[in-house]
Design a protein around this ligand. Structure first.
Ligand code: UDP
Length: 407
């Protein structure tokens, strides 16, 4: 497991000194993070790497995962879709199921740390414990809530407003709330298996094992099989360029424990792909970090044609590998991709197809986009910047009623 000093060659000594200073200023605070899945998806990815580094900095940090059954995750998926604007609301018994699971989890959770950091809507109701514990609670929203279903959002808001502060990934997601808000982008760990440097022979070995041929340019989208990631739109865009350009499309996905719709979406994807030998659908277990690293590095272009997106860590991963990215102009994606500078933003199947063709035919331009993207990621989206923001956030909790905190 990498330690802080290992990041020095990437981010510089000054960045690490600042983290140590901030952690010292915080004193001996204890933190617990709570989310709904230990593997799969961006939140688990971040917590997995951040927890040991916060501990190394002297901020004693634990990570807990709430437990729920199939029916709970069916409800939370509906909530997730509703926050993304799905007009379908929830029935009373679904709200009851949601709240019941919060109560069940509270029975086995202590949550008396100085700071309780709750991630996303699934465990939002644990806030009930705050009254007894008397500590500080943060609600970290990783979802795009710029245009939520009003009924479902109003329900959640009654819980969110009991927190000390809400944290969103991008200014476009901020909502009118009676509590203070902070904007903090997520990050990737440049030293994790998902992002560390790899040798060519290591990459080739993994692609051979996964039976991915390297004889044509590879266009890749890595995503859970979720309609909001638009895997079918990706296939449609790819089909439009096939007559002009030799290439292979790779859809890499898996399932997350808290995402029950994946199997159905996968069927739709397989149907759209038909038996085209140039469309490969690859299902990987959620621990396939090195495999995904190798696939991203072996790809000519990376797509992330999301229709809604929280932040899009797959894009950060690709930018860090200096890959040209074509991505939907939604959610937090424009924070990462400046159109025609650090990648390409698109709004449709047609636009995606157009840019696929352009970038495949202009490799020098594509390379420049990738290089700019890597620098942008280095400056803004690495784990060390994220830890810095969280330490500042923790410090700001000392001044609950102040909107401007002079540190
Ligand atoms: N991921 C993975 N296996 C998959 C699909 C995704 O390991 O089959 C990883 C991906 O590399 C990224 C994270 O899961 O690190 C997805 O984060 P993102 O913000 O892109 O989307 P989310 O799934 O959180 O909506």
């Amino acid at each position: 497991m990498p330690v802080l000093d290992d990041y020095e060659p990437i981010v510089g000594a000054q960045v690490l000194d600042e983290l140590r200073l901030l952690a010292k200023g915080l004193g001996r605070k204890k933190v617990v993070h709570v989310n709904s899945t230990a593997v799969g998806g961006g939140v688990a990815e971040i917590l997995n790497r951040m927890t040991p580094l916060l501990n190394e900095l002297g901020v004693e940090t634990r990570w807990e995962v709430i437990k729920g059954g199939e029916s709970f995750y069916a409800v939370t998926k509906k909530i997730h879709n509703a926050l993304h604007g799905d007009p379908q609301g929830l029935q009373e018994k679904e709200y009851q199921e949601f709240l019941g699971v919060q109560e069940e989890n509270l029975k086995n959770m202590d949550l008396r740390e100085d700071i309780v950091f709750i991630h996303d809507p699934q465990p939002v109701g644990l806030i009930r414990r705050k009254k007894d514990a008397g500590n500080r609670w943060l609600w970290r929203c990783h979802v795009d809530v710029s245009n939520p279903n009003p009924g479902v959002w109003n329900f959640l808001r009654t819980y969110v407003e009991q927190y000390d502060k809400a944290v969103f990934s991008a200014p476009v997601f901020s909502q009118k709330l009676s509590i203070p808000q902070a904007m903090i982008c997520p990050s990737i760990d440049p030293l994790s298996e998902k992002n560390r440097e790899m040798t060519k022979s290591e990459i080739d070995g993994i692609l051979e094992r996964l039976k991915i041929p390297l004889d044509k340019p590879i266009i890749t989208q890595v995503s859970r099989f979720d309609r909001l990631k638009d895997p079918v739109g990706v296939i449609q865009a790819f089909k439009r360029i096939q007559k002009y350009q030799e290439a292979r499309l790779l859809l890499v996905g898996g399932t997350a424990d808290d995402d029950p719709e994946g199997a159905q979406v996968l069927l739709e994807v397989k149907e759209a792909a038909g038996n085209d030998p140039d469309i490969l659908i690859l299902l990987l277990p959620p621990t396939s970090h090195l495999e995904i690293n190798a696939i991203q590095r072996a790809s000519t272009l990376i797509l992330q044609k999301s229709l809604k997106e929280g932040f899009g860590l797959t894009i950060t991963e690709a930018l860090w590998k200096a890959k040209p990215v074509i991505a939907g102009a939604v959610g937090g994606i424009p924070l990462q991709v400046a159109h025609k500078y650090s990648g390409i933003l698109t709004h449709s199947v047609e636009g995606t197809a157009y840019w696929l063709k352009q970038l495949l035919q202009n490799p020098r331009y594509a390379k420049k986009l990738g290089e700019n993207g890597r620098e942008h990621a280095r400056q803004n989206f690495l784990l060390t910047r994220h830890i810095r923001d969280y330490l500042l956030l923790f410090l700001s909790l000392r001044y609950p009623s102040q909107y401007v905190v002079d540190l």
